[in-house]
Design a binder for this molecule. Structure first.
Ligand code: COA
Length: 256
């Protein structure tokens, strides 16, 4: 049970809804603590196959809680930035696929939270942005690093220096969001995508995530060597035998 997050499981899909709608789900200490506890639970849950993150009401997350951090000194600011960044890195490094179902505002820490997920699906009502410079700060939960990696340096600089909000469609155009849905269809679309991952070998999906995430940070030769190794490791898993045998026997594969 969490104070600021509703967490439900539907089979192998975990759905976490950030639930502080009066403050547009802004990340205060309580939400960050709940997210930390939730990610610990998810890390330990060997049954879980996909995690979906979404927000209650008209916002996904409208950034860090401005009221709570206005009077930070340098040490508090540094600690806050490290804490949020460490949390988002743990989300990024979860072994299972993660989907941000962005139902509304994804600003500042909200955009950074979405970017720590593998996939971003957006409602037509979603708005994305890194408005921090308008508050006299830089993004602090790794947005300056993940945004250029997602959308390229030029667009990342334009968005970060202007602080402007963009629509779901614009987010899709620049490759920030994977797809845009009517608000009432968003969660089902996220579950459908989750199920399209879950029908495959969980081991192979996990290894593919490692290859893409680690490989993108390496030089091409090291990244290819990593892929070669992960490909070989698949052959140590029963999933490979089952996947290929099922194909040859013209039947659906049944993975563990
Ligand atoms: N921190 C703290 N409170 C926040 C917040 C944040 N990041 N974002 C919204 N809220 C609160 C508002 O203060 C308001 O509270 P109140 O009803 O007690 O006055 C409530 O959420 C609703 O927000 P409001 O601004 O009235 O809604 P709006 O529809 O007019 O505007 C936004 C919505 C998202 C455009 C606007 O709230 C906003 O710009 N928020 C800050 C976004 C931001 O800069 N994030 C980065 C933070 S580092």
């Amino acid at each position: 049970m969490y104070e600021t997050i509703r967490y439900e499981k539907e089979g192998k899909i975990g759905i976490a809804t950030i639930n502080r709608p009066k403050a547009l789900n802004a990340l205060n200490g309580a939400v960050v603590a709940d997210l930390e506890a939730l990610i610990s639970e998810v890390e330990k849950d060997t049954e879980l196959g996909v995690l979906i993150l979404t927000g209650e009401g008209r916002s996904f997350v409208a950034g860090a809680d401005i009221g709570e951090q206005r009077d930070f000194n340098l040490d508090q600011a540094r600690a806050w930035s490290k804490r949020g960044s460490a949390l988002f890195r743990r989300i990024e490094k979860l072994e299972i696929p993660t989907i941000a179902a962005v139902n509304g505002f994804a600003l500042g820490g909200g955009c950074e939270l979405a970017m720590s997920c593998d996939i971003i699906l957006a409602s037509e009502k979603a708005k994305f942005g890194q408005p921090e410079v308008g508050l006299g700060i830089t993004p602090g939960f790794s947005g300056t690093q993940r945004l250029p990696r997602r959308v390229g340096i030029a667009k990342a600089k334009e968005l970060t220096f202007s602080g402007k909000m963009i629509t779901a469609e614009e987010a899709k155009e620049i490759g920030l969001a994977n797809a845009v849905y009517a608000p009432e269809e968003l969660l089902n679309a996220a579950k459908e995508m989750a199920n399209s991952f879950l029908k495959n070998s969980p081991v192979a999906v996990k290894y593919a995530k490692v290859c893409i995430d680690r490989g993108m940070q390496l030089d091409i030769d090291s990244a290819i060597a990593l892929e070669n190794e992960m490909f070989a490791l698949c052959y140590a898993s029963p999933d490979q035998k089952e996947g290929m045998t099922a194909f040859l026997e013209k039947r659906p594969a049944v993975f563990q």
